[in-house]
Design a protein around this ligand. Sequence first.
Ligand SMILES: [Zn+2]
Length: 222
Amino acid sequence: MTTIQPLLPNKLDNPAIVYIVAGHGGFDPIQKEYVTNGKRATHKGAEMHQNGTYYEGWGNRIAADYLAAICREWGLIPIRIHQEIQDTTPDTRSNEIDKYVRKFGSALAKRSVLIELHSNAANGTAKGARIYTTTNNDNSDILESHIRKYIKQLEKQFETFVLGEYKQEKNYTLIAQSSIPAVLIERAFHDNQQDAELLVCPKFNQAQMFAVVLGIIGFLNK
Ligand SMILES: [Zn+2]
């Protein structure tokens, strides 16, 4: 990633906010189980979260933590909207974001974005990242194009990684209800073993979330 020359945004005199949502639920330490039905894939013999199984909600939270840490490092204020354990509805998450956006006012809303993190599943052979916006043409599409540019570069760094060629448009609840620019990132396919191996790789998680942060900074500096 050393070839990328990021522009640091002005920091505290010109704050920017990144609302971070990790999809689904996490691990319940009392019940000792993953709280979301489905949203997992087992790859026999592979090093996954537990006994060869990748748990999407757990992986989304790991990515969210990388994203939050890198945001902070680069002068962006991260606000996590998901609960660490409990799964919450898109409406709950949306209301939570709205509360902050209203409280912070319109000037800061112009320097705020929403990033929702997931991994994908299909038939076990589909692979790669997908970045979703809604069917509206708005600032979310511009945010998408900035993030796409940097995530695309990961193909050079990680042999098995691919980014889907086109922007995907679908009115997923949270991004559709968002009053600020919002994208939903399907980081890779967790039911594809090569992709799942990327999703549990700390180097990949860090690089992919760094790419997201560079995209956000590019968008804010546009
Ligand atoms: Zn998901």
